[in-house]
Design a protein around this ligand. Structure first.
Ligand code: IVH
Length: 676
């Protein structure tokens, strides 16, 4: 993407993000998921990082969203309500830790980890122990007074009492004193439990009303409307995570203890003496989060020592000393680079979207299924579109939605082919069915055979890709033809039956290794009719480079020794087929390097060798290849047509036969001289 294109994309992204922001924060009616929204924001952020001079002060990356509505009284926060920086991957989390450690090099850091509840941030003020004011975050400085609504939430105490013991006598004394005389500010999250959310939606469905998108927005919407009866009917909850007032607490952990002692709930939490313990907590929560009664989207990890936390300071709207370590999103956005037809076991033609690689739930995704032509029409997806993809436990993700506002006009409509793209056979769409099928019974097996040939020892030599695995990859829609092998990822393979992490790694490594290939092996792998190993070698030696071979004529081909007219025609026809050229382009694009063939004098033309016994300096295969490279033939049996029998250690019966019929016998030394 050049700068001009980046600018256009940035402007489009800003427009769409602002609009979604409004639907989300002001109307509480999001039209795309949080994860997809995050993904768009991330794309904008990345582009702005690449072109920093395109950053403007009103870009959505430059402010915390959430605008105070006019309908409530404004409240100025005594201490700004901050936000948190997000990280999604372990590496990013470790980078955060290293960064802060560098800022306080002599400090042994310990942490406090807690749940990041997917709710709505609230500040509560208690005066002389009585709940007097509750407000939303708003823009961080000024929020809205939503005290009446908050009072309806039974987990928010209306007056503070000391319910539990304190671990520190000093703190207890100070808390008591302030409860009696002063003000205490506590912050936390208002949320709606999953079952309460379902109940609300069931009720709305009964009444024919539109359904709420998620518990977070329902909670926010309930707090930010004027009629407190609505809030009261909504079964909202509150979890505390921060105490703003100085009650003598020295650590974040103590703030949680104080909150609990005063009758607030806090979520699952853990003191972590080092970063590894924090990572373990994140992993543990990630595994069980679906079982929690409320939605969380990550874990908040804070530097436990408050003095150090404050020393680390604030950058923009986020404190350096805390981070939201999020769980991998189940949705993300990416671009459809191509739509390719895959033929399944039953001959069904399935369109598959080839995507710009993107990580989803920690796995690199390169394809999404489009199911059938009707689905393409329903989604109205075009090549070049930005789309939202989702993994719903399946191997291959679905496209949920096209973000049409990001279209540039260059997107291309996909046309279902009129013939089978594999065998060029007839395709039919039976009445009442949504899928087209190739009716050529052999079609799929031809495709399988072609791929098997492509990866065989004489071709790309990809170990670990047997016929069963090839069939599985085809049926899962991961490969359509051999060119797709080069874009397979670990993430494609790990979920499959026959694979685990190790075998997936091995196969990916074997594919990578195969990418550097000799010209003759490459020509062989293409599976051109009548082009076996010897012809492939002959062609490689005559042309030296693949480009020269591609451009040749039937006449030139027929003039090559060892290449007859039939072979010449077949080679020429193969290269004249546009699909074959596209196939080659795809292979080259995925990083395959075809080595140039050193042009050697083919001095052994028409000379036939037979090999017997073990050679010292060469393997049998190497000897054969060398003979062929020099234009010679290798035969497996001795006859009067044999020119040389090469004998190694412990020669077999071929040696005896050669002696009997008087064929010239040479030892390894003499042979090496000939092939030098
Ligand atoms: S700490 C210094 N702890 O996440 C920042 N926030 O992205 C104060 N949230 O605005 C936030 N659970 O609405 C903190 N255990 C938790 C949280 C939490 C949810 C929300 C909160 C905040 C947002 C930051």
């Amino acid at each position: 993407m050049n700068k001009q294109e980046a600018q256009k994309r940035i402007e489009q992204l800003r427009r769409i993000i602002n609009q979604h922001n409004y639907s989300y924060h002001v109307l509480d009616k999001p039209d795309i998921s949080d994860a997809a929204f995050d993904s768009l924001k991330h794309e904008l952020y990345k582009l702005e990082q690449e072109y920093p001079d395109l950053i403007t002060s009103d870009s959505p990356t430059q402010r915390v969203s959430g605008k105070a509505l006019d309908k409530f009284e404004k409240v100025k926060h005594k201490k700004r309500m901050l936000s948190l920086e997000d990280v999604f991957y372990l590496e990013e989390f470790e980078v955060w830790q290293e960064r802060i450690q560098k800022l306080v090099p002599n400090q042994k850091l310990d942490y406090f980890a807690e749940l990041k509840i997917d709710g709505f941030a609230i500040s509560l003020i208690y005066k002389k122990g009585i709940f007097i004011q509750g407000s939303t975050r708003g823009d961080g400085q000024i929020g809205e007074d939503v005290t009446q609504n908050l009072k309806t939430i039974s987990s928010i105490p209306l007056n503070l009492e000391i319910y539990d013991k304190f671990s520190s006598g000093d703190i207890e004394k100070k808390v008591k004193e302030i409860i009696e005389k002063g003000k205490i500010e506590i912050r936390g999250e208002v949320y709606m439990a999953k079952d309460a959310f379902e109940e609300v939606n069931k009720e709305r469905e009964k009444q024919g009303l539109s359904l709420y998108a998620n518990p977070r927005n329902t909670a926010a919407g309930s707090i930010r409307q004027l009629d407190s009866k609505v809030a009261a009917s909504r079964k909202l909850n509150f979890l505390a995570y921060d105490i703003i007032t100085d009650l003598g607490q020295e650590t974040h952990q103590q703030e949680h203890e104080i909150a609990r002692a005063l009758g607030f709930s806090t979520g699952m939490e853990s003191y972590c003496k080092n970063i590894n313990e924090a990572i373990s907590f994140w992993e543990k929560v990630g595994k069980t989060r679906d079982k929690l009664p409320y939605q969380i989207d990550g874990v908040v990890i804070s530097v436990n020592n408050n003095t150090v936390f404050n020393k680390l300071g604030v950058v923009g709207k986020t404190p350096r000393g805390a981070i939201a370590f999020k769980f991998p999103a189940k949705e993300t956005t990416t671009v459809v680079e191509d739509i390719v037809i895959q033929i399944g076991r039953t001959g069904a033609l399935t369109p598959v979207a080839h995507l710009k690689p993107v990580r989803l739930e920690g796995i690199l995704i390169t394809r999404a299924t489009l199911h059938n032509e009707d689905e393409i029409k329903r989604l109205d997806v075009k090549i070049g579109d930005t789309v939202i993809i989702q993994r719903a436990g399946d191997v291959i993700p679905d496209i949920v939605k096209v973000i049409k506002k990001l279209r540039t006009g260059k997107e291309k409509r996909f046309q279902m082919p009129e013939q089978c793209p594999i065998c060029n056979g007839k395709i039919v769409r039976p009445k009442g069915e949504v899928v087209y099928r190739c009716v050529n019974k052999n079609c799929n097996s031809i495709q399988k055979q072609q791929i098997t040939h492509f990866v065989s020892k004489k071709g790309f030599e990809i170990n670990g890709l047997g016929p069963k695995i090839i069939e599985q990859l085809i049926n899962e829609g991961l490969i359509v033809d051999s060119s797709c092998l080069f874009s397979l990822t670990r993430g494609d393979l790990i979920p499959l039956d026959r694979f685990d992490k190790k075998s997936a790694d091995n196969l990916i490594k074997a594919v990578e290794k195969s990418k550097n290939i000799s010209l003759s092996k490459f020509i062989f792998a293409l599976g051109i009719r009548h082009v076996g190993e010897e012809t492939a070698i002959a062609l490689a030696h005559y042309f030296g480079s693949f480009d020269k071979l591609k451009k040749t004529s039937t006449e030139e081909l027929s003039s090559i020794e060892d290449v007859g007219e039939i072979v010449a025609k077949s080679v020429n026809q193969w290269f004249n087929n546009i699909k074959n050229n596209q196939f080659i382009d795809r292979i080259i694009k995925s990083g395959v390097i075809i080595q140039k063939q050193k042009l050697v004098k083919r001095k052994l033309i028409n000379i036939t060798f037979v090999l017997t016994g073990e050679l010292d300096k060469l393997t049998r295969e190497e000897a054969k290849t060398r003979i062929r490279e020099l234009g010679g033939n290798v035969s497996s049996s001795v006859s009067t047509k044999t020119d040389f029998v090469v004998i190694g250690k412990e020669p077999g019966s071929k040696y005896d036969k050669a002696k009997k019929i008087g064929v010239k016998i040479i030892n390894e030394k003499e042979f090496l001289k000939i092939i030098k």
